[in-house]
Design a protein around this ligand. Structure first.
Ligand SMILES: *Cc1c(COP(=O)(O)O)cnc(C)c1O
Length: 255
């Protein structure tokens, strides 16, 4: 999202701004905070990929009215099944979220609104409580792997992730960009390194949002990025030889 293009798009129907801290980097919040204040909008943060990531010394999930965390197993803080949490400093919203997650009810059999069944079950909560103690260590491990990639991937065909001034990344994903990405992926796989694409399709072109009538060309930067991005291996427990190999194979790649 380009913070400098938001204002012209705000209408009387606009209620909230939803920012996503993509790939683990807390997005630059300053402008978003200003806009939300100026137009009296809710600020919502998608923190599914950004546990422990910061901007201006503040954690993601502490800027907006609401922060949404996912503990899906593949996330930086993954449970052993589906789980998530919402952060807020507002009592009124906390109460509303508590209702929404439990069929619109706080008091048993008194349903105040239409809600969902979105409770965090005890097994997941217990597991996450234990994991929480190790999160600093797990996060540091991710950052140290990413730091090796930042320093040691030197292939000029590859664009590495850029971290904005004032922001940190917890590298949920390490996403590089390059031309002829699919050829690169074939080469990597032939050399024993699996890669992935996050994400192959921009949101506006998904079938789910067809009813909004967007077409190819409406969001050219997102569309272009979908052709260029490639995620390389980065996970807790990655061995030194595995990191060495990823770097070596990437640096050896030629078009
Ligand atoms: C995983 C993810 C979600 C969805 O989280 P769930 O816990 O599966 O609902 C939302 N946004 C982003 C950016 C994600 O990575």
């Amino acid at each position: 999202m380009d913070p400098y293009k938001i204002e012209e798009l705000i209408t009387s129907k606009t209620k909230a701004l939803l920012v996503t801290h993509l790939y683990g980097q807390t997005t630059r919040m300053k402008k978003y905070l200003e806009i939300c204040k100026k137009y009296n909008l809710y600020l919502l943060e998608d923190c599914a990929q950004s546990h422990y990531s910061k901007y201006d010394g503040k954690y993601s999930g502490t800027f907006g009215d609401l922060g949404f965390f996912s503990f899906y197993p593949t996330k930086n803080m993954g449970a052993i099944g589906d789980a998530g949490a919402v952060t807020t400093n507002r009592e009124d919203l906390a109460l509303k979220i508590k209702k929404l997650r439990n069929y619109g009810s706080i008091q048993r059999y008194k349903n105040e609104m239409v809600g969902h069944n979105s409770r965090l079950d005890e097994i997941q909560a217990g597991f996450l409580n234990i994991k929480l103690e190790f999160m600093k260590q797990f996060t540091d491990e991710r950052i140290s792997i990413a730091t090796r990639y930042n320093n040691e991937i030197t292939n000029p065909l590859i664009t590495k992730p850029i971290i904005a001034k004032g922001a940190t990344s917890v590298y949920h994903l390490y996403v590089i960009k390059l031309e002829n990405r699919d050829k690169f992926r074939d080469y990597m796989l032939k050399n024993g390194v699996k890669t992935d694409i996050h994400y192959p399709q921009p949101v506006h072109l998904t079938q789910a949002y067809q009813y909004l009538n967007y077409k190819v060309g409406d969001f050219p930067i997102a569309e272009r990025n979908c052709e260029l991005v490639c995620s390389i291996p980065l996970f807790n427990g990655m061995k030194k030889e595995e990191i060495d190999k990823v770097i070596e194979v990437i640096n050896r790649y030629e078009e």
